[in-house]
Design a protein around this ligand. Sequence first.
Ligand SMILES: [Zn+2]
Length: 114
Amino acid sequence: MARKYSRGGYQPDAPAEEAAAEEPPVPCWLCGRPTGETIVWHHPVPKSRGGRDVVPMHPICQQTLITNFTNSELQRHGMDVQALLDDPAVRKFVDWVAKKDPDFNAGIAKKPRS
Ligand SMILES: [Zn+2]
């Protein structure tokens, strides 16, 4: 599919910082949907608890974990996402967010776009 350029010439359509956007989206660790424009690299074990592994997540999914679990709980569950999904609040969220757009960010303060 050919790209359309507007009259008047070439328009760069991607700032340098979005150069990686051409790679296929990685699935979110929590909800399994493709990640959207913003990928959060979440530490399943909090950095403050020595966690070093990171997983791709939607901002809203990370927010859900932070809201529903303490650092101690996150540390205990670690990479075991199934244990997190077994939490009723998380299960409910994932079922709800499954139908949303990958860039959906309800209730999260957005950075103003420049
Ligand atoms: Zn997600």
